[in-house]
Design a protein around this ligand. Structure first.
Ligand SMILES: Nc1nc2c(ncn2[C@@H]2O[C@H](COP(=O)(O)OP(=O)(O)O)[C@@H](O)[C@H]2O)c(=O)[nH]1
Ligand SMILES: [Mg+2]
Length: 346
């Protein structure tokens, strides 16, 4: 323990002097008023340096590596109990803003996390996200067929394949269908991700062919996952073909959203999903995104649920059932899942 005494006209000045001299880990042991102002005793304990709450985070914009790992650039770490101080609210807000969250969402989550009253930012963040977001993972054996809708490049085809492989690993049979112009390679991507031969992916030449196949599957009571055409948001009703197929099969339309989008566009798309009656979103490309929290505010405000999180190409690690704890691990930079999660597909 290294201790020092600081004298200044006010307590605030004394604290500033202590932090300037001893760094942000300084803790206040005592302060007494004197005739000249305040006398402050502060200490740093190298054994109890500021804990690294997000040990695997890499530095973001204008952040030092240490700030990224503590999540506490602006936290006034002044606690009289001898613990390295950490301001949970500031740490959470900092982390979320660094990860691209809008200010409103970052502040609301930070306040909710701080109100939980714990000492650990990861736990506080998970609690706050749990309170502010809905999580509804698609089970390995989906109870309804699924029609995946999203913009070109959002990851519909890859996700369709990953969902089908997940079902197969879990012992559930689902058919796979793709409706995408050949040059887009959707069918190939679906087949590859699902580890099925190309011929096993039903891909009709026209929408009527899709309806016929859907009717046949419905008669057999066979579930399917359909990689729908890319949304053209300038069209009158961009969801029309997907909705017709979903209605014919009593299937659920699920929105696919790339986490690499522009924040404003992601927010617009979330609103369009909501208007179209969609209830769940699969947030993809989180492993590639440098602003992993950018869509969370819009999703939270829309009250839509997060179903799965796309974190890469493989199954199971590349498509994770969404939960507050998984989101925290992803935001904290932990990309690989612990091996115990391998079986946790549903
Ligand atoms: N690393 C990574 N790549 C992804 C993810 N989701 C999609 N991709 C890639 O993004 C590109 C577009 O995906 P695709 O499924 O073809 O999108 P679609 O146009 O919506 O069908 C492909 O290169 C995919 O491999 C993801 O979660 N992680
Ligand atoms: Mg595709």
């Amino acid at each position: 323990m290294r201790m020092k005494v600081f004298r200044a006209a006010s307590l605030a000045d004394a604290i500033s002097a202590a932090r300037a001299d001893m760094g942000s880990e300084a803790v206040i042991l005592s302060s007494v008023r004197t005739s000249e102002g305040v006398e402050l005793r502060a200490a740093v304990d190298p054994e109890r340096a500021r804990p690294r709450f997000f040990p695997n985070r890499r530095a973001g914009d204008g952040e030092t590596a240490e700030e990224a790992r503590t999540g506490a650039r602006s936290a006034p770490p002044v606690h009289a109990n001898g613990m390295p101080g950490i301001n949970i609210r500031a740490a959470l807000r900092h982390l979320l803003v660094q990860e691209g969250a809008d200010e409103l969402f970052a502040q609301s989550v930070a306040a909710a996390g701080a109100n939980l009253g714990g000492a650990n930012p990861s736990t506080a963040l998970a609690g706050a996200l749990q309170a502010m977001m809905n999580f509804a993972p698609i089970p390995a054996g989906p109870d309804r067929s699924i029609v995946l809708v999203g913009e070109a490049g959002s990851g519909r085809s890859l996700t369709a394949g990953k969902l089908a492989l997940t079902a197969e690993i879990g012992g559930f049979g689902v058919e796979l269908m793709s409706f995408e112009a050949e040059r887009m390679g959707g069918r190939e991507r679906v087949a590859c991700a699902a580890r099925r031969p190309l011929e096993a992916i039903f891909s009709p030449a026209n929408p009527a062919g899709m309806l016929t196949e859907i009717a046949a599957l419905r008669l057999e009571d066979t579930r399917f996952i359909l990689d729908a055409p890319p949304l053209d948001l300038r069209a009158g009703d961009p969801f029309a073909p997907a909705r017709e197929w979903a209605d014919a099969a009593d299937a659920e339309m699920v929105g696919v959203l790339s986490a690499q989008g522009h924040p404003g566009e992601m927010s617009d798309l979330v609103d369009r999903f909501k208007e179209a009656g969609i209830r769940r979103i699969i947030l993809t490309r989180l492993d590639l995104s440098r602003k992993k929290a950018a869509a969370l505010g819009a999703i939270s405000r829309s009250r839509l649920s997060l179903a799965q999180l796309g974190m890469g190409l493989m199954v199971p690690g590349g498509l994770l059932p969404a939960s507050a704890h998984r989101l925290v691990r992803i935001l904290a930079g932990e990309t690989s899942e612990p091996s115990s999660a391998r079986g946790a597909l549903s």
